[in-house]
Design a protein around this ligand. Structure first.
Ligand SMILES: Cc1cc2nc3c(=O)[nH]c(=O)nc-3n(C[C@H](O)[C@H](O)[C@H](O)COP(=O)(O)OP(=O)(O)OC[C@H]3O[C@@H](n4cnc5c(N)ncnc54)[C@H](O)[C@@H]3O)c2cc1C
Length: 257
């Protein structure tokens, strides 16, 4: 007779790859722009790391001063080089919080842990126009999405950055028009230009998709506009608060990622 194991039989369930904690070492650190530091993480534990789509993200755990427990925050995989078992993560230097502080002093040989990857961007095959936007925390995701887009797609991109010197060069096969929105001295999370640009953007016809990530209050405003004022179908909107002014380790309960 065939034997069936009950859940209480003690049989161990395999841990899904994206839930596994992997130890990685910092291989290199470079300044991308004044407010963005690129940390290259390497590990043989990344051999079977299932990176399949742009804008996938990981939970990055860094050492917390005066605590045994590391601090974990979400960061986008900017590049993944499977053959080298390494990935680049671009961290905003915003001056507060364990991850930003760690990034400012990160050096080769430092050890972190990562869990993931999760989510990622998928373009509906019938989409002909993409509206994409975000602040500097979303720039790694926007960069990886633009680099992966096919030719023939029209894209309007709006990116808020700390200052003019934080503009990045991003290549794409798609027909992309990027508008950079530097705050130039205004505090992060206080400027309204990004929300205004997104909400006044023209979406030609029905085959349009919108992707947006930024400070939580800005995302809320933009989400409501596209859901209520423009009545866009839910499956054509991806919106996530990536951080919240005044809140540590923020998670967007309404977010799509
Ligand atoms: C799916 C996803 C992907 C993300 N990808 C990236 C990425 O690739 N690169 C990246 O830099 N960030 C990314 N973020 C945002 C990042 O997780 C947050 O900014 C996070 O709060 C940083 O952690 P921390 O330890 O530095 O600060 P926390 O301890 O979380 O916060 C400390 C203080 O800093 C403030 N704060 C947090 N972030 C900022 C900011 N950017 N500017 C100003 N003040 C801030 C908080 O309001 C709080 O007052 C992503 C978030 C999500 C959800």
């Amino acid at each position: 007779m065939q034997q069936h194991k009950s859940p209480s039989s003690g049989a161990e369930r395999p841990i899904p790859p994206e839930r596994r904690l992997r130890v990685a070492e910092v291989r290199n650190v470079v300044a991308v722009t004044p407010h963005m530091r690129r940390v290259t993480l390497a590990s043989t534990a990344l051999m079977d790391f299932p990176v399949r789509r742009p804008a996938q993200w990981v939970k990055l755990f860094v050492p917390t001063p005066q605590s045994e427990k590391p601090s974990g925050r979400a960061y986008t995989i900017r590049h993944f080089r499977e053959a080298l078992c390494e990935m680049d993560i671009d961290l905003v230097l915003h001056g507060d919080g364990p991850c930003s502080t760690w990034a400012a002093g990160a050096k080769p040989g430092d050890v972190v842990q990562i869990a993931g990857p999760r989510s990622g961007f998928r373009l509906d095959p019938d989409v002909t126009h993409l509206l994409i936007g975000g602040d500097e925390t979303a720039l790694p995701a926007i960069g990886s999405i633009l680099e992966a887009l096919p030719s023939g797609l029209a894209v309007d991109a709006f990116v808020e950055i700390p200052e003019d010197a934080d503009v990045q060069v991003i290549r794409s096969r798609a027909d992309v028009e990027i508008t950079w929105l530097p705050r130039n001295g205004r505090e992060p999370g206080t400027a309204t230009d990004l929300a205004a640009a997104m909400m006044s953007a023209h979406l030609p016809g029905e085959n349009c998709e919108v992707w947006f990530a930024a400070e939580a209050a800005t995302v809320r405003t933009v989400r409501r506009h596209f859901q209520l004022d423009r009545a866009m179908p839910r499956h054509r909107l991806t919106m996530s608060g990536y951080w919240k002014k005044g809140e540590t380790d923020f998670r967007d309960g309404e977010g799509d990622q």
